[in-house]
Design a protein around this ligand. Structure first.
Ligand code: CS2
Ligand code: MG
Length: 413
């Protein structure tokens, strides 16, 4: 199956996406997600200038060899831009391989290990009443697990909470990457106060448990903002509320920081959405410092890399918890769902529904039913991209916010 074309499509139906389409001489096509929120053009350039030309004439069936060629052949290793580009190629080649075999990708990965992948949705609110309304709305939509993010008294805007927090229904307006309105685009700046956050979050979870009981799996994203000892304190303070996980409790550039958190709390920990290699996990797995790996297929290097990561995680009893916000495109989500269905050490799948505008461009076949996600039995990834619709939504610069502490010091967002 000789590759005859490798096209990069940048489109912005409500938010920016970068997609690679690979075409073979017998007309088969495969899609790959290469979206890196806030840095989309860097991946587009890497694909157009350093990857696509090398693919033409190659054998689309040689997936592992292509992965190793692009990874080792670049000499310069890893990094979010490189690995998103490699991920897109890899996803597209698996899409083609499964289409050629006439089966959904999960069948090539060993077949189904479960009827569907447990999803978790994003409940949020500017205050506790809005959080409770949002949880209620997500339960009505069928979610069986829910992430809780809340505004913090005294802070104007906080990660995970839409400014116009309309607690009902699935909001499509929470997109953290802001678009500039005229003039040169710059990131918006937000103010953060960890102590105010640490005081407030136990109250939020106390209210949610009081309202919805002890059973509902609840998750929370610390979003890299705490020091290890602060994360240890929050983990301990949240133990009465029995979380499914506390995510990104601390920046994991030094994975050994998790040893301190682990010593103080039994709250399960999840990390990895900003990692781009299984090597980033290191002692997090070998020392069982986390319970779930958060990588997305789009950022870890594709289906090939994700399978290797989850097999390594399985050795230490660590499960999957793949990243699935709206900046993972429907192509990246589809790839995740095939792996979710097949692997044994599946944990949970993040599922932030894409907007109707996004779904005008990406024609999906995966489905969310009764709290579970299924990739469908459409051959390949089960997703196509409508080029005419994509052309209606040209790229617009957008940056993720920059966080500063109340004294102006730059902090993790
Ligand atoms: C968040 C992400 O969903 C999550 O767990 O950490 O939404 C993250 O903020 C975005 O992917 C950043 O683009
Ligand atoms: Mg997160």
């Amino acid at each position: 199956m000789k590759i005859t074309a490798a096209d990069v499509i940048v489109t912005s139906p409500g938010r920016n996406f970068v997609t690679l389409r690979i075409t073979t001489e017998d007309g088969l096509t495969g899609l790959g997600d290469a979206t890196l929120n806030g840095r989309e053009l860097a991946v587009e350039a890497y694909l157009r200038s350093h990857v696509a030309p090398l693919l033409i004439g190659g054998d689309a069936g040689r997936i592992e060899d292509t992965w190793q060629y692009l990874y080792r052949g670049a000499y310069w290793r890893r990094g979010p831009v490189t690995m998103a580009a490699i991920a897109a190629v890899d996803m597209a080649l698996w899409d083609i391989k499964a289409k050629a075999a006439g089966m959904p990708l999960y069948q090539l990965l060993g077949g189904a290990s479960r009827t569907g992948a447990l999803a978790y949705g994003h409940a949020s609110g500017r205050d506790i009443p809005e959080v409770l309304d949002s949880v209620r709305s997500h339960l009505e939509q069928g979610y069986r697990a829910i992430r809780i993010q809340s505004g913090i008294p005294g802070l104007d805007s906080v990660y995970g909470v839409a400014a116009s927090s309309a607690a009902g229904g699935e909001r499509y307006d929470y997109e953290p990457a802001r678009r500039s309105l005229g003039g040169p685009s710059r990131p918006v700046e937000e103010t953060w106060d960890t102590r105010a956050y640490l005081r407030h979050m136990p109250r939020v979870f106390e209210a949610v448990r009081a309202e919805f009981g002890p059973e509902l799996p609840l998750l929370h994203d610390g979003h890299h903002r705490m020091t290890p000892i602060q994360a240890a304190k929050l983990g301990k303070d949240l133990e009465p509320y029995d979380l499914f996980w506390l995510e990104d409790a601390t920046p994991a550039e030094d994975p050994t920081a998790l040893r301190l958190i682990r010593q103080h709390t039994t709250t399960p920990l999840a990390i990895g959405e900003i990692f781009n290699s299984l090597h980033d996990y290191g002692p997090l797995l070998s020392e069982r410092l986390i319970d779930y790996v958060r990588s997305a297929v789009t950022h870890i290097g594709g289906v090939t890399a994700m399978r290797k990561l989850l097999d390594l995680a399985a050795v230490y009893g660590v499960k999957s918890g793949m990243h699935g916000p709206t900046d993972i495109s429907p192509v990246g989500m589809a790839a995740a769902l095939h792996i979710d269905l097949a692997v044994h050490n599946f944990g949970i799948q993040e599922y932030m529904k894409h907007s109707p505008r996004t779904l005008e461009v990406f024609l999906t076949s995966y489905r969310f039913t009764d709290g579970l996600l299924h990739p469908s039995d459409t051959p390949g990834l089960g997703i196509e991209l409508d080029d005419e619709a994509a052309a209606r939504f040209p790229y617009e610069q957008a940056y993720l916010p920059v966080n500063r502490l109340t004294d102006g010091t730059v902090h993790d967002w």
